[in-house]
Design a protein around this ligand. Structure first.
Ligand SMILES: Nc1ncnc2c1ncn2[C@@H]1O[C@H](COP(=O)(O)OP(=O)(O)O)[C@@H](O)[C@H]1O
Ligand SMILES: O=C(O)C1=C[C@@H](OP(=O)(O)O)[C@@H](O)[C@H](O)C1
Ligand SMILES: [Mg+2]
Length: 172
């Protein structure tokens, strides 16, 4: 089957592996890889953390929206979102209408083991206790489930996950 040229978008909670797996998937499918956060950082000449600190979350969300709309003018890309991008209703609508949206899921206990390595550069996780983070994880998961495909990533390496995504999309 000829693979569609639609953009493939990876969504899911912070730290699930969207950036890491997106790179692997792009290599596998020989497509251009774009990480939405990295594209925003390059434009702003600041890290995501610095944008949150210097401009606030609302300004970051505006940058996220503008950059997404710009990126979506071309197809054939693998685009890794930041964990909040798909929560924006217009980003969600355009992604679902014109792209292939893959939700990378993970069980919360496994995700929690990654938290110490994530906290320093994920402003949304800072100043929250485990229960508050779990509540955010559960409520966002409901939104991520609107994606076209859901893939549980528990106990799999990024390469295995990328391989599964490629197979899932080719079979669809
Ligand atoms: N399948 C996996 N198994 C174990 N660690 C992973 C896996 N995928 C990603 N990681 C690690 O988790 C951290 C967050 O990955 P990242 O790709 O930045 O996630 P995201 O873009 O979803 O926030 C990194 O340290 C990365 O090496
Ligand atoms: O979930 C979120 O609201 C965010 C996730 C981050 O990306 P990752 O999901 O790649 O960590 C980054 O966009 C920003 O810190 C906000
Ligand atoms: Mg990322």
């Amino acid at each position: 089957m000829r693979p569609s040229s639609k953009n493939i978008i990876l969504i899911g909670f912070m730290g699930v592996g969207k950036t890491t797996i997106g790179k692997e998937l792009a290599r596998l499918l020989q497509r251009e890889f774009v990480d939405l956060d990295q594209a925003i950082e390059a434009d702003a000449n600041q890290t995501v953390l610095e944008i949150f600190q210097n401009e606030g979350e609302e300004a970051f969300r505006k940058r996220e929206n503008t950059k997404f709309m710009e990126l979506f003018e071309s197809d054939n890309r693998i685009i890794s979102f930041g964990g909040g991008a798909f929560l924006q209703s217009d980003i969600q609508k355009v992604s679902l209408e014109d792209g292939i949206v893959v939700f990378l899921d993970i069980s919360f206990p496994l995700w929690l083991k990654r938290l110490p390595s994530l906290i320093a550069d994920r402003p949304v996780l800072q100043n929250k206790n485990h229960e508050e983070i779990r509540t955010l994880f559960v409520s966002r998961r409901e939104v991520y489930l609107k994606g076209h495909h859901t893939l549980n990533t528990d106990h799999m390496s990024p390469i295995q996950i990328a391989d599964n995504i490629a197979k899932t999309i080719l079979q669809a």
